[in-house]
Design a protein around this ligand. Structure first.
Ligand code: CAA
Length: 383
């Protein structure tokens, strides 16, 4: 693999972290438990993130965005996830949904759909998976056929994050069934298009404040100008997108784990047993040391992957998958250990670490299970 010059977050990156952390402390964290308990969309977080331009920071200035680079975007997602994982899906899924347009969209489609997201007037989701096409994404059945100058879309997508609250959707559909993964094309579908509807929100283990639904397309007419990239190039575009956005899932995992470690660290200093703070026991100290060490390793890998994402580096496929896989496995471990450090208190909803443990689990599953990441890693190594 190519040598990559050493990178470090700049002062500007650290200033973005400080600013985002303050917004999250004051306006996101206070609602995290309630959002989880009632499975409600975090409106207060969305408002606060919009007011501070953290809701879709990756959108370039040319499209009314703030033009944060991939590392700054990762830092924002990390900080939001540290406070509330559900809320971190606002910037993360806005990036996922719009990335195909940024990578391959015409200037016309970019000008039409990116500014509303940048301004916080619209959110954007990504529709790849289907009930029978999850890891094997190319087995999708959603079909787009020519209809005059436009297209007619039929099918169903599943596990769509922020479905229903997003106004726009990048939808991958089969346009030539004889060409397998080379017969898939990407389109922008609007929530307001006739024939678009949504299933009931899934009842999930975690990230309960971010709705996950099926999305149905019943004879949806797509006018000209909705295709993203070229006809037949959609599957590669879907995978190129995921190369970039697996970095944001890694950042989310790092943030969730940091939130759990911070809480556990504070708790063990306060909690007294056998006449002393439990932090004085070496067994507890060793657990904390391992948690912090693994967390920092995941953070560094995530930031290196973000630097690669910024440059669309040839090895991004490897680094995106590695960061997502490593950071999410780490987050599951660290949040589980945080629950353990709190003992019985860790297991109840009066304390935040059980929520963090439930939220961490999805990072091992979405944007490709960690088994699929290992497939991607091995293919890259052996090609
Ligand atoms: N970038 C660009 N092109 C790529 C690529 C990449 N990273 N990886 C593969 N390709 C190309 C291949 O070169 C190949 O091109 P040719 O047709 O020219 O040969 C083509 O794409 C097909 O590649 P494969 O034959 O390797 O494809 P496959 O069917 O074997 O699938 C896979 C590969 C890695 C398993 C892929 O299907 C995959 O990543 N699956 C997981 C899907 C996934 O992550 N889903 C997440 C959904 S999004 C989500 O979760 C968010 C949400 O809202 C919940």
């Amino acid at each position: 693999m190519n040598d990559v010059p050493l990178f470090a977050p700049t002062e500007e990156h650290e200033a973005i972290r400080d600013a985002c952390r303050a917004v999250c402390r004051d306006k996101v964290a206070p609602h995290a438990a309630e959002v989880d308990q009632h499975a409600t969309f975090p409106d207060a977080s969305y408002d606060a993130l919009r007011a501070a331009d953290f809701h879709a920071p990756h959108i370039p200035e040319a499209f009314d965005g703030v033009g944060a680079d991939a590392l700054a975007t990762a830092i924002v997602i990390e900080e939001v996830a540290r406070a509330c994982a559900s809320s971190s899906l606002i910037p993360a899924v806005n990036k996922l949904g719009t990335m195909p347009l940024l990578l391959a969209g015409s200037e016309e489609i970019q000008r039409r759909y990116l500014p509303p997201v940048a301004r916080g007037d619209a959110m954007f989701s990504y529709c790849l998976s289907e009930p029978d096409a999850g890891s094997d994404a190319a087995a999708m059945k959603t079909r787009a056929v020519r209809d005059g100058d436009g297209w007619r879309l039929n099918g169903a997508k599943r596990w769509i994050t922020n479905a229903g609250v997003s106004d726009y959707y990048t939808v991958f559909a089969v346009t030539d069934p004889d060409r397998g993964s080379r017969g898939i094309t990407a389109f922008v579908v609007e929530k307001a298009d006739a024939g678009v509807s949504f299933g009931a929100p899934e009842k999930k283990l975690g990230i309960k404040g971010s709705p996950t639904c099926e999305v149905y397309f019943d004879d949806v007419h797509l006018p000209p100008g909705r295709m993203v990239g070229a006809d037949g190039e959609g599957f590669k575009l879907a995978l190129r997108t995921l190369d970039h956005t697996r970095v944001t899932i890694a950042a989310q995992a790092v943030g969730i784990a940091q939130g759990a470690l911070d809480y556990a660290k504070g708790y063990v200093k306060e909690r007294r047993q056998f006449g002393q703070p439990v932090a004085d026991f070496q067994g507890v100290q060793f657990m904390l040391a391992d948690m912090a060490m693994k967390l920092e390793a995941a953070r560094q890998l995530t930031y290196v992957a973000a630097a690669r994402s910024e440059r669309s580096d040839a090895d991004l496929t490897f680094f995106g998958a590695a960061a997502k896989c490593f950071a999410s496995d780490m987050a599951m471990e660290v949040t589980t250990d945080a629950v353990q450090l709190l003992g019985g208190y860790g297991y109840v909803q009066d304390y935040p670490v059980e929520r963090m443990m439930r939220d961490a689990k999805i990072t091992q599953i979405y944007e490709g299970t960690n088994q699929i990441q290992r497939v991607v890693l091995a293919r890259h190594l052996l090609k």
